[in-house]
Ligand binder design. Structure first.
Ligand code: ADP
Ligand code: MG
Length: 463
């Protein structure tokens, strides 16, 4: 019928606009490398902030004692206590609690958010068992993982540049996040010091390095996306401080804000961006990360409903609700292996209140998920190629033991198998057979929390 032909035309156009052949990905990677140089050259020199983290030493394995971590970065936050055994022993004991952040706190006042966090932290400390003991007279110390762009002024201070990922708390922008947290901790009467402020990518890098000495970079694919890597201090022209003894500095790229004319953008991306809380910003993030993938799919489905009536003569009202189709639902539909695509049917029904999509339509839905996820995964591989290029590790070097590990974390990477498989295959494709043997991925499960505790230990006041 004419309607079905229209649906197929929309699908085909989506596919054409989202293609990411290797040649295009290499242009994206080159653009990433160029922006990395520009961001390191001067403050504000690039869309990539390339933030100096004040982490010039990664964990050695000798860290010892009881440390806490608090991870705030998306929909949930986690508190963690970690017992570190010292010399090559590593983590001997750990416990965590996870709490979701009420959505009204994500767009309210700074004091309310930090009061809530400090309250949960205090509850966690209050539940401490016999296995975890702080030596008498010693203050508890915390590594604070805060996954939003921060202009750091030291290892444990820094001002919030902007919010991302659906947070928007105006009075916190420009403030020292550690002092906001510290004030809330004091209001709760808790005796705890923030020893390190780290981005989740930096925490993941630190946690990854602790278990694997060849970790050179970390990439997060969760609600948002970001990357950090170890740079030579000499290669950071904008750094005017003393050169660190190690000769190295961890850089938090804030790669979610990358953009380039080579990125394959569609009308759906443009509309999503302009209707978002941060139009014009975080364009790379809006193409590849968990907060947005399902939303892109929703927008395509709505267009097909409007112009090709794939769900009948009226547009299902739920299809008009932003962010109603979440990436975990998209992922479940994408992975549906049943012959009648019953999972797709169930999700269309439960989330979008579409009761009776035909098999033909269900197949189209899966294909849309595939197109959107594939584009995202391939673009994240291109970003990783950009980092390897910057480090000269996209080619075979003189080093006979050339081995580079990328620590990975985030719910999207962890749970969306088609996505992570595609990402890894694409990086192989881009690097070629020989080089790709030297690069491996390591899923650093909750590395960011442990990494933050390790960094708190190495920056302890009792060191
Ligand atoms: P955050 O990024 O908020 O710190 P996570 O790393 O746990 O937290 O990532 C959570 C995100 O991961 C969710 O917002 C969602 O986009 C994505 N995600 C979680 N589960 C799945 C899933 N089963 N399939 C696809 N994406 C998922
Ligand atoms: Mg996180």
């Amino acid at each position: 019928s004419r309607r079905w032909a229209r649906a197929m035309a929309i699908l085909q156009e989506l596919e054409e606009k989202c293609v990411t052949p290797a040649a295009k990905l290499k242009q994206v990677a080159d653009a990433m490398t160029v922006e990395m140089h520009a961001g390191l050259a001067s403050e504000g020199g690039s869309k990539l902030k390339m933030l100096i983290t004040y982490v010039d030493n990664l964990p050695t394995g000798n860290e010892e004692g009881l440390f806490y971590a608090l991870d705030l970065g998306g929909t949930n936050f986690r508190v963690l206590r970690v017992q570190l055994g010292g010399k090559d022993i590593g983590v001997t004991n750990q416990e965590f609690a996870e709490v979701s952040i009420p959505t009204d706190l994500m767009v309210g006042k700074s004091e309310e958010l930090f009061n809530y966090i400090a309250e949960e932290l205090a509850k966690f400390v209050a539940k401490e068992g016999q296995d975890f003991q702080v030596p008498p007279g010693r203050q508890r110390e915390l590594g604070f993982t805060f996954s939003f762009p921060i202009m750091q002024t030291s290892i444990n201070s820094g001002n919030l540049i902007k919010w991302t990922k659906g947070f928007s708390i105006d009075d916190a922008v420009g403030q020292d996040i550690v002092s906001e947290l510290t004030k809330a901790i004091e209001r709760k009467g808790l005796d705890m010091r923030v020893a390190a402020l780290v981005n989740d990518t930096v925490g993941t890098l630190a946690g990854g390095r602790h278990t694997h000495k060849d970790v050179i970079a970390a990439v997060i694919l969760g609600t948002g996306t970001n990357a950090a890597y170890v740079e030579r201090a000499q290669a950071i022209p904008k750094w005017h401080g003393l050169l660190p003894k190690s000769g190295e500095m961890v850089i938090n790229m804030e790669w979610g804000n990358f953009r380039s004319s080579h990125l394959p953008l569609t009308e759906y991306d443009a509309a999503l961006d302009s209707e978002s809380l941060n139009p014009g910003e975080q364009i790379f993030e809006k193409l590849i990360s968990g907060m947005y993938l399902g939303e892109i799919v929703r927008r395509v489905l709505r267009k097909m409903a409007e112009e090709a009536c794939i769900f009948g003569d009226t547009i299902p009202p739920k299809l008009n609700v932003p962010f109603i189709l979440r990436t975990p639902d998209m992922s479940a539909m994408h992975h549906d292996t049943s012959t009648d695509l019953s999972v797709v049917g169930d999700i269309l029904k439960s989330t979008l209140e579409i009761p009776d999509a035909s098999l033909k339509v269900r197949k189209v839905v899966v294909e849309i998920c595939n197109i959107v996820a594939t584009r995202g995964a391939r673009l994240s591989a291109a970003g990783m190629l950009g980092i390897l290029k910057k480090l000269g590790k996209d080619v075979i070097t003189d080093d006979e033991n050339q081995k580079n590990v990328i620590a990975m974390d985030g719910g999207l990477y962890e749970h969306y198998a088609e996505y992570s498989k595609c990402l890894e295959n694409t990086l192989k494709e881009l690097l070629g057979e020989d080089v790709s043997k030297t690069v491996t991925f390591e899923h650093s499960n909750d590395g960011s929390g442990i990494g933050a505790a390790l960094l708190a230990a190495s920056h302890s006041q009792y060191r």
